[in-house]
Design a binder for this molecule. Structure first.
Ligand code: UFG
Length: 323
């Protein structure tokens, strides 16, 4: 297949592009390089620098490259920032994404696979979380992702566009070539690694008084290459709708810190701080639908292998990407 990857210079988009190329597919990366990195674009891919805000550019990119499918990763990702500047999130993650959707439909692209999030569930009542859990986002980031899922569903119902929305839990880990390099970094595993590298004085635990066995929040960490596998399967599959992607295993913040200490063989200061507003105590996926429908088989089945891959990438890229 020829696949257009919007946001292919970002963390998950770069790993996914590499995964597709390794399997013989042709890839066109479309990225504005606002948060993505030119170095994270696989040299085997065609690269178009462009912003989804510009309908003509994405229209032309799709007209020229004639992709069989599109994977849409291009979005702002910071939950906290979305609370400070909601319109920034609705403008980019909904309004600009509409241009991609329109260009795809106008050019008869068969399918869009959309990068969605567990944040659509907000504070879920049932753990593990299945797709039948009600969606009540508690921040503009999650709301914008849910809005675009609904837009895709209407385009499916009314215009015949095929789509799969993949709701990731906590993406983590790295491939041999590509990894996580956000500015600013807000995610737990890279922040702990910065502490292990001596680049930050300490790691803060945001609350140790949750209703969990050790009092710290529990999350479901899923390897970025397992996410990549699911995107390819979703492109190949006729299923239209939303699917959760997680490992089904929960790890507390304390357990993740201990794992990073074990893998890196480094010690560092850990400090307990106040809760971060909007953090649910537990988020664990029920991904049985993705396994059953797509035949998805995650390869990284434990936290240690995820953390090891992230650490190996950081050791090869001690300063992240340069560009
Ligand atoms: N945490 C700390 N200290 C830190 C950073 C994080 O204790 O310095 C804690 C958080 O409070 C949370 C856990 O570590 O309990 C994981 O936090 P992350 O910020 O790494 O990830 P989140 O679970 O908040 O968010 C992730 C994605 C979002 C997505 C969300 C919904 O980053 O994009 O999952 O599933 F919306």
């Amino acid at each position: 297949m020829h696949i257009l990857v919007a946001g292919g210079a970002g963390y998950i988009g770069s790993c996914c592009s590499e995964y597709l190329l390794d399997r013989g597919h042709q890839v066109t990366v479309f990225d504005a390089l606002l948060n993505g990195h030119r170095e994270a674009v696989d040299p085997r891919a065609n690269f178009i620098e462009g912003n989804l805000a510009d309908l003509e550019i994405i229209h032309q990119a799709i007209r020229d490259s004639r992709p069989d499918g599109i994977i849409h990763f291009a979005a702002f990702i910071e939950v906290g920032e979305s609370m400070q500047d909601p319109l920034k999130y609705f403008r980019n993650n909904v309004s600009n994404a509409l241009n991609l959707c329109q260009a795809a439909c106008d050019n008869q692209v068969r399918k869009i696979v959309f990068s969605s999030t567990a944040a659509v569930y907000g504070m879920p009542e049932h753990i593990p979380i299945s797709e039948s859990e009600p969606t009540f986002p508690i921040n503009p980031y999650g709301e914008a992702k849910l809005m675009f899922e609904k837009i895709l569903r209407w385009q499916h119902d009314l215009r015949g566009l095929q789509y799969t929305a993949l709701r990731y839990f906590n993406a983590a880990g790295a491939s041999q070539k590509y990894g996580e390099d956000h500015h600013p970094e807000t995610h737990l595993i890279p922040l702990i690694m910065q502490a292990a590298e001596g680049k930050r004085e300490q790691i803060s635990i945001f609350g140790d008084d949750y209703d969990t066995p050790d009092g710290t929040c529990i999350r479901d960490y899923i390897h970025v290459l397992d996410l990549a596998q699911a995107h390819l399967l979703a492109l190949e599959n006729e299923f239209c709708g939303s699917l959760n992607l997680g490992s089904g295993q929960g790890h507390s913040v304390n357990a993740v810190i201990d794992m990073v200490k074990k893998v890196t063989e480094k010690d560092f200061r850990v400090e307990v701080k106040a809760r971060r507003p909007g953090d649910p105590a537990r988020l664990i996926a029920d991904s049985s639908a993705a396994r059953d429908i797509l035949g998805w088989k995650p390869q990284f089945d434990n936290l240690e292998s995820i953390v090891r891959s992230a650490w190996a990438w950081r050791q090869r890229h001690p300063d992240g990407y340069i560009s």
